[in-house]
Design a protein around this ligand. Structure first.
Ligand code: DQA
Length: 146
């Protein structure tokens, strides 16, 4: 079975409570249960969250040579962290970058991602459903031909 991990960065532990008009009212733990129901029979699905840049890098190193896919929402580190961008480039496992909100409809500092160029693809602005679509892309094994 394919092994896929979701990695969430800073402040995403507060989903459900944090700025609900932007990020919704559902906690990630509760959403993760529905993801496991959706995909549990087809893949091994794991979840990791950290508010610490180095911990995210350590996790990318740990999984990035054996897992089949990484779904990464780096939160604000997306816009600041060359170190996480380097870690994405360093590993073998493909990364799909996810943002719950449409970062391009928000402040200008959210329009640049250090990660995107090193990622397989991006899903932005589709709410929590973006995680499901990112996982689906690994399950289906999409390539440049779709
Ligand atoms: C976010 C967008 C980032 O700009 C922000 O810092 C976050 C969440 C999103 O999922 O929409 O923490 O990654």
């Amino acid at each position: 079975m394919k092994k896929i991990i979701i990695i969430n960065g800073p402040n995403l532990n507060l989903l459900g409570k944090r700025e609900p008009t932007v990020y919704g009212t559902q906690s990630f733990e509760s959403y993760f249960e529905s993801l496991k129901e959706q995909f549990g029979g087809a893949i091994v699905l794991e979840y990791f969250q950290s508010n610490h840049e180095g911990a995210i890098i350590d996790k990318l190193h740990e999984v990035g040579f054996s897992y089949d896919g990484i779904v990464l929402n780096g939160g604000a580190y997306t816009h600041t962290s060359i170190a996480i961008a380097d870690a994405i480039a360093a590993i073998n496992t493909a990364v799909v970058e996810v943002h719950i909100s449409n970062v391009y409809a928000r402040e200008a500092f959210r329009h640049h991602s250090y990660f995107s160029a090193n990622c397989k693809g991006l899903i932005v602005g589709l709410g929590l459903q973006g995680y499901s679509l990112a996982i689906l892309s690994f399950v289906l094994g999409t390539n440049a031909n779709g």
